[in-house]
Write a protein that binds this ligand. Structure first.
Ligand SMILES: [Ca+2]
Ligand SMILES: [Ca+2]
Ligand SMILES: [Ca+2]
Length: 195
C-alpha cells in the first residue's frame, strides 16, 4: 500500500508542472464585418477586409468593443495587426484595455511600403503586429483603438485587423493535488484498517 501511494504521489508530482490554460475570447478578421464595435466601418487593404482604413479612420476616430470574461482568469492576451496609412507625421496609435493605455507608438509617412490609400511618393503603409498582456480578474474587457491623428482620413489614417484575445487561467497547483491525494489515501487507509 505504501509503495503504491508513493508511486502515485511521484506520478502526481511529475504531472505537477504549473500550467496556464488559455481560452479563446474572440478572433476577428472582419471578413464578415465588425459586429459590436463602436465604429464598425470596414474597408479592403490588398483584398483583406479590415476595421477602418483609408477615408474612414483619421483625426478623432476610435473603435472599441467590450468582451465578457469568466473572471477566473489572471490575465488576458490582446493581439492585433495595426496598419499605419499615408501621411503620418509623428502622431501615435493607442491601444487601451479597460481604460489603461497599453500601447503607444508614433509613426511617420515614409515607414513601410506603398500598399493602399494615397499613391503619393513615400505616403506608405506599415503593418505592425501588436501583442499585449494585461493582468486582470475582471468579468469584462473593453478594448479601444485610437490615435492622435489631426488630419482627414484621406491624408492620414489607420486600420486594425486580426484581433485575437484569449484569457489565461491558472490550473490548480500540482503540489496541492499531491497533498490532497495523500490526504485521501490516508483516509482510505484508515477506513480500510477499521473494517
Ligand atoms: Ca481581415
Ligand atoms: Ca499610400
Ligand atoms: Ca498630421
Amino acid at each position: 500500500m505504501f509503495k503504491n501511494s508513493l508511486n502515485l504521489i511521484l506520478v502526481l508530482l511529475t504531472l505537477s508542472v504549473t500550467n496556464v490554460s488559455a481560452t479563446l475570447i474572440t478572433s476577428e478578421d472582419f471578413t464578415s464585418g465588425a459586429t459590436g464595435w463602436s465604429n464598425n466601418s470596414t474597408s479592403l487593404i490588398n483584398g483583406d477586409r479590415v476595421l477602418g482604413g483609408f477615408n474612414l479612420f483619421g483625426a478623432g476616430a476610435f473603435a472599441q468593443k467590450t468582451f465578457t470574461l469568466s473572471g477566473n482568469q489572471t490575465s488576458v492576451n490582446v493581439n492585433l495587426d495595426f496598419w499605419k496609412g499615408d501621411s503620418w507625421d509623428g502622431e501615435s496609435f493607442f491601444v487601451y484595455v479597460n481604460g489603461n493605455l497599453l500601447f503607444s507608438q508614433s509613426y511617420v509617412y515614409h515607414q513601410g511600403t506603398q500598399v493602399a490609400g494615397q499613391q503619393h511618393a513615400s505616403w506608405n503603409e506599415l503593418l505592425v503586429p501588436i501583442s499585449l498582456n494585461y493582468n486582470t480578474t475582471a468579468t469584462s474587457l473593453t478594448v479601444r483603438f485610437s490615435s492622435s491623428l489631426n488630419q482627414n482620413p484621406t491624408d492620414e489614417w489607420w486600420a486594425v485587423d486580426n484581433v485575437v484575445i484569449n484569457d489565461n487561467v491558472s490550473v490548480p497547483e500540482p503540489t496541492t493535488l499531491a497533498i490532497f491525494a495523500l490526504g485521501i489515501m490516508g483516509l482510505a487507509s484508515r477506513r480500510f484498517k477499521k473494517q
